[in-house]
Design a protein around this ligand. Sequence first.
Ligand SMILES: Nc1ncnc2c1ncn2[C@@H]1O[C@H](COP(=O)(O)OP(=O)(O)OP(=O)(O)O)[C@@H](O)[C@H]1O
Ligand SMILES: O=P(O)(O)OC[C@H]1O[C@H](OP(=O)(O)OP(=O)(O)O)[C@H](O)[C@@H]1O
Ligand SMILES: [Mg+2]
Length: 324
Amino acid sequence: MTQSPLILAVPSKGRLQENAAAFFARAGLVFTQSRGARDYRGTLAGVPDVEVAFLSASEIVSQLSSGTAHLGITGEDLVREQIPDADAAVELLTPLGFGHANVVVAVPQAWIDVRNMADLDEVAADLRARHGYKMRVATKYVNLTRRFFAEKGVSDYRIVESLGATEGAPGAGSAELIVDITTTGATLAANALKILDDGVMLRSEANLVASTRAPWTDRAKAAATAVLTRIAAEEEARTSREVRACLDPAKASALAPLVREHGASLPYGNALGREIVIHCRTATVFDIVTALQGLGAQDISVRAFDYLFRPTNALTERLLNRIG
Ligand SMILES: Nc1ncnc2c1ncn2[C@@H]1O[C@H](COP(=O)(O)OP(=O)(O)OP(=O)(O)O)[C@@H](O)[C@H]1O
Ligand SMILES: O=P(O)(O)OC[C@H]1O[C@H](OP(=O)(O)OP(=O)(O)O)[C@H](O)[C@@H]1O
Ligand SMILES: [Mg+2]
């Protein structure tokens, strides 16, 4: 029996598409897509055993949850909303630094006395007494809303499921308040809504997510390791620098403590000759240069890398720890 390949789910539209494609490109992972009318499938150039599925952010969550896809990029908001037992079904391998958005509770700005979740109890009681109906919350984040409102002890409300333009609901009279995602706040402001002081339910961003339920064959594991190793090597490169210098061998004994003090390393060992090579975090470069100058080092150079492959990386370890 042939072992199934790795299914990598990538956003094909919407807010995450461009950034996700750029993220893979940075890691030298290039899609070769055969995007015919119905064939939203592709491969990764030069990485065997990977099948790329181009899907919407929300479909990616469904496929990770069911185990149809092994790895995917999607928003944490959707993971938390769509998967009841998210921590069992998926592993968030790493946040990606894009797709930032907060899931928030927002009410009309005109409600000047309503500032926090506790104030909603009064609103609910008032609506009931004066108009005889339950306070209505418009949202597509039904599960997140139920969980958050329960935590805050607000129970006298009903959810009006919204499929889009949620911010318009209070103005249209179909709900009193909303739960939705916001980034700049422009849409909330345009609809004269304000976020409650304790109304930030989740700070979300795009994540690289692994499914624990997908068929992790040896073939899929090997392909995932190849992909994650490249991603990790790009990140390691971006956050690291190489410092080279010419140092009097008589000063070599001062190198190990210098490197230790700055959390750096001597990847090729301590100086035998005069040339020394240090790998360090970007932020520590100039402190290290100064320290080397203090030792009388000369012709100090600092270089960036394209890729830096370490013997192990946190991404692959995280995945293998989880899927065994
Ligand atoms: N304004 C935003 N800025 C940055 N990221 C956002 C923003 N809105 C949403 N996102 C992130 O992108 C994910 C997908 O949103 P997107 O708008 O692409 O699709 P959607 O609206 O959920 O679905 P559909 O494309 O089917 O309408 C969201 O769940 C969230 O994680
Ligand atoms: O705080 P802001 O920067 O104004 O962004 C928030 C808006 O962005 C998203 O909608 P999107 O444009 O993705 O349209 P959608 O409702 O069709 O998802 C979200 O649903 C908000 O409506
Ligand atoms: Mg959207």
